[in-house]
Design a protein around this ligand. Structure first.
Ligand code: CIZ
Ligand code: SF4
Length: 303
C-alpha cells in the first residue's frame, strides 16, 4: 500500500514532465486501471491514441495494441510497461501463411481482427474489432472474404451477417477456455443472473449468452440493465469497470480461468519505470506502418 502510494506520486510527476497520457485496457490489473487517464477496449484505445495531444502514450495492454497506437500516432512516443506482454492469438497467424491463402483466393478481401501484428495488418484490406466486426463485414462489397485470426469471432460474425467467410484457425487461449459445462454450473448456482459473453468464446458458449458483445458493450449493457446479478464470460480485469459502474450489482466470472496472463505481465511498478527510462518503446517500420494505417483508418470510418 505504502509502496503503491509512492509509485502513484512518482507517476503523477513523470506524467507532467513527459507530457504523457496513460491508456489502459480493461483487462489490465486494477492497480494500473486505477491510475489510467483513460480505460477502454482495443477500439476505444486506438481512437484515443489517434486523437490525443500528449507527446507520449503509455499503452498498458498487449503488444499489438501498442502497435496500433503507434501506427495511428506515428509522431508520438509509445511506451509499453513490459514488451513481453504479447497475444497468443495474434501470433497464430504469420505473413507467409496469410499470403499463401491470399494467393489461393486472389479476389478475396482480407478482414483482420485488430488482435494481430502490424505486419498482418499491412496485408489487410480492413481491420475490425469485436465491437464493429458485423458492420465492417456488411460494409464490404466482395465475393469472398478472408477472416483472420479468430475463428470464434469469425463464426459469430458469419452467423450475424449470413456471409460465408474463409476463416483462419486462430483463437484466444483465455476466452476459448470457457466451456458449456462451466456456464451450466454457473447458471444453476445463480439462476437469477444474466449471462453476458464475449464472441471470442466458443460458438456453443456464445449461443448460451443472454447478451453477446465486445468488452465495452458488455460493460455498457450491465450498467444499463435492471438485473442485479451477472455471470460474466470475458476476461476478469473487466470486473474493475463493472464494479465501479454498478457497486450494488453482483458480477460472477464464469470460471476462474478467465484471466489473460499476458495482460497481467504489466504492473504499476513497470509502468512507472517505463516513463522514467522512456523504454521499452514500440517501434513499427514506417513502410509496414503506412500500409497497416490504411486498414485501420478504413475501420475507423465505418459507422
Ligand atoms: O480479447 C481481447 O484481447 C480483446 C477483446 C480486446 C479488445 O479490447 O478488443
Ligand atoms: Fe490475446 Fe486473449 Fe489475451 Fe486478448 S485476452 S490479449 S485475445 S490472449
Amino acid at each position: 500500500q505504502e509502496q503503491n502510494r509512492e509509485l502513484r506520486g512518482r507517476l503523477e510527476q513523470l506524467k507532467k514532465e513527459r507530457n504523457a497520457i496513460i491508456l489502459a485496457h480493461y483487462y489490465q490489473r486494477d492497480e494500473i486501471q486505477e491510475v489510467a487517464d483513460f480505460r477502454g477496449d482495443s477500439f476505444l484505445l486506438a481512437q484515443k491514441a489517434a486523437e490525443t495531444d500528449a507527446e507520449v502514450i503509455v499503452f498498458c495492454g498487449v503488444h499489438f495494441m501498442g502497435e496500433s497506437a503507434k501506427i495511428l500516432a506515428p509522431n508520438k512516443t509509445v511506451l509499453i510497461p513490459d514488451e513481453r506482454a504479447g497475444c497468443p492469438m495474434a501470433d497464430m497467424v504469420n505473413v507467409d501463411g496469410l499470403r499463401r491463402l491470399k494467393a489461393q483466393h486472389p479476389n478475396a478481401k482480407v478482414v483482420t481482427y485488430i488482435n494481430s501484428s502490424a505486419e498482418i495488418k499491412a496485408e489487410t484490406d480492413i481491420c475490425c474489432t469485436s465491437a464493429n466486426a458485423v458492420r465492417v463485414i456488411e460494409s464490404l462489397d466482395a465475393e469472398e472474404i478472408i477472416w483472420v485470426p479468430d475463428k470464434n469471432l469469425g463464426h459469430y460474425v458469419q452467423e450475424k451477417t449470413g456471409k460465408k467467410l474463409i476463416i483462419w484457425e486462430g483463437y484466444c487461449n483465455t476466452h476459448d477456455m470457457l466451456t458449456v459445462k462451466d456456464v451450466i454450473e454457473m447458471k444453476a448456482k445463480y439462476p437469477e443472473a444474466e449471462f453476458v459473453v464475449h464472441p471470442e468464446c466458443r460458438p456453443e458458449v456464445v449461443a448460451m449468452g443472454d447478451y453477446v458483445g465486445s468488452t465495452t458493450s458488455i460493460i455498457d449493457y450491465c450498467r444499463k440493465s435492471d438485473r442485479r446479478q451477472f455471470i460474466v464470460g470475458t476476461e476478469d480485469g473487466t470486473g474493475y469497470q463493472l464494479r465501479m459502474d454498478s457497486p450494488d450489482k453482483e458480477f460472477h466470472f464464469a470460471t476462474k480461468f478467465l484471466v489473460c496472463p499476458n495482460m497481467k505481465v504489466n504492473n504499476l511498478k513497470k509502468l512507472v519505470k517505463c516513463l522514467e527510462t522512456m523504454k521499452p518503446q514500440i517501434y513499427v517500420p514506417p513502410a509496414v506502418a503506412d500500409k497497416a494505417r490504411t486498414s485501420l483508418e478504413r475501420m475507423l470510418q465505418v459507422r
